[in-house]
Design a protein around this ligand. Structure first.
Ligand code: PLP
Length: 375
């Protein structure tokens, strides 16, 4: 009896998520010093943790014998006050990855389908496949979501549409009016997940009024995270905003204590640390300009990005981007290959501190000299 053979076919068919390489692992493999390694691979915040969050968590270290507040009252109250939403429409997650999975578990099953775009966040196909639902991938348009194609792909059995705005790994942003028209066009029984993991990096003028849209579209689910601009990726906390009915359903499939005590306290303190958020955005804007200038000097194409990362084209049929990725690793620089996203010529690099960006650009320049771009 081989239990694995009897697992559902759709589970056995899942290709595992490929995370960014941890610093400790590269240090082990290459015999490098951890301190000499630059990791620009997982869109983490190079400023570290918000000092307010750190202080709040430090105070709570003695309270870890008790279960966390399974309803996350304080964090939900803070989110509700900040965004002007009802607490009943908030669902907390162990990272926003968790709430994406809750949406899949609540709405998808064998015999249903979910729609997402080519080059979109890898978690959408993963959570879809795990339920036995069919994933429908629509072709991208200039590396972004083709909303007309996504609308056309919606079938009678479609229950969920996933959209990342800005998208990871491509960094593309949808126009607000196009997104609004799309929401109006989607049948009311289809849940639309608008994943705003990088929303805090946008200028105010670029931000869609998505929270206001919740009142207009009861089938809309917004997901947000503390992992990126808030600098708390290791803590694992994110949330969804939805109608009270949808939120209630998501909460039924949620683990009772999915967000831990430190995460609840750290996120609550970080939420209103406006100075830290502003500094994150300032460092990201300056770092993005530095990266783009570096790419231009090296004659490399990139995809314009609205997130805290950018895809740069270093590969060609003669020189796969994977070879450049490996060469960067040997020099202690970790970025992210995106061949698994159907982009074999690109590498995704997260925006770091000025000296990290400079180190990446200078090592890249050396590597490209050794393996030059064939015409
Ligand atoms: C990083 C990211 C997330 C957030 O992941 P967490 O689980 O909150 O750490 C969600 N969506 C996209 C598109 C991302 O890139």
């Amino acid at each position: 009896m081989y239990p694995c053979d009897l697992a559902p076919t759709y589970v056995r068919a899942i290709a595992p998520y490929q995370p960014g390489k941890p610093i400790t692992e590269l240090a082990r493999e290459m015999g490098l010093n951890e301190a000499d390694i630059v990791k620009l691979a997982s869109n983490e915040n190079p400023l570290g943790v918000s000092p307010r969050a750190l202080a709040a968590m430090t105070c709570a270290l003695n309270d870890l014998a008790l279960y966390p507040d399974g309803n996350g009252f304080e964090l939900k109250a803070a989110i509700a006050a900040k965004l002007g939403v009802e607490m009943a429409g908030i669902v907390l997650g162990n990272g926003s990855n968790d709430v994406l999975e809750l949406v899949a578990r609540a709405f998808l099953a064998p015999g249903t389908s979910a729609v997402y775009s080519q080059h979109a966040f890898a978690v959408y196909p993963l959570v879809t496949q795990a339920t036995g639902a069919v994933g429908i991938e629509t072709p991208a348009r200039e590396f972004g979501h083709d909303l007309a194609a996504m609308r056309a792909a919606i079938r009678d059995d479609t229950r969920v549409v996933f959209i990342a705005n800005p998208n990871n790994p491509t960094g593309t942003l949808l126009a607000t009016d196009a997104l609004h028209a799309f929401l109006k066009s989607v049948p009311a029984q289809v849940v639309v997940v608008l994943d705003e993991a990088y929303g805090e990096f946008l200028a105010a003028s670029q931000q869609a009024p998505s929270v206001a849209w919740l009142a207009e579209f009861p089938n809309l689910v917004l997901t947000r995270t503390f992992s990126k601009a808030y600098g708390l990726a290791g803590l694992r906390v994110g949330y969804a905003l939805a109608s009270a009915d949808v939120a209630g359903l998501l909460n039924r499939v949620r683990q009772p204590f999915n967000v831990n005590t430190l995460a609840l306290l750290g996120a609550t303190a970080a939420l209103n640390d406006v100075e830290f958020l502003a500094e994150s955005k300032r460092v990201n804007d300056a770092g993005m300009a530095q990266m783009l200038q570096g790419f231009q000097a090296l004659g490399l194409d990139h995809i314009d990005s609205f997130g805290n990362f950018v895809c740069v084209k270093v590969g060609s049929p003669q020189r796969p981007a994977g070879a450049v990725f490996q060469a960067l690793l040997k020099c202690g620089v970790i970025v992210r290959p995106v061949a698994n996203y159907g982009m074999p010529d690109y590498l995704r690099v997260s925006i770091g501190l000025p000296e990290q960006n400079a180190r990446f650009l200078s090592v890249l320049a050396d590597i490209l000299q050794e393996i030059p771009v064939p015409a």
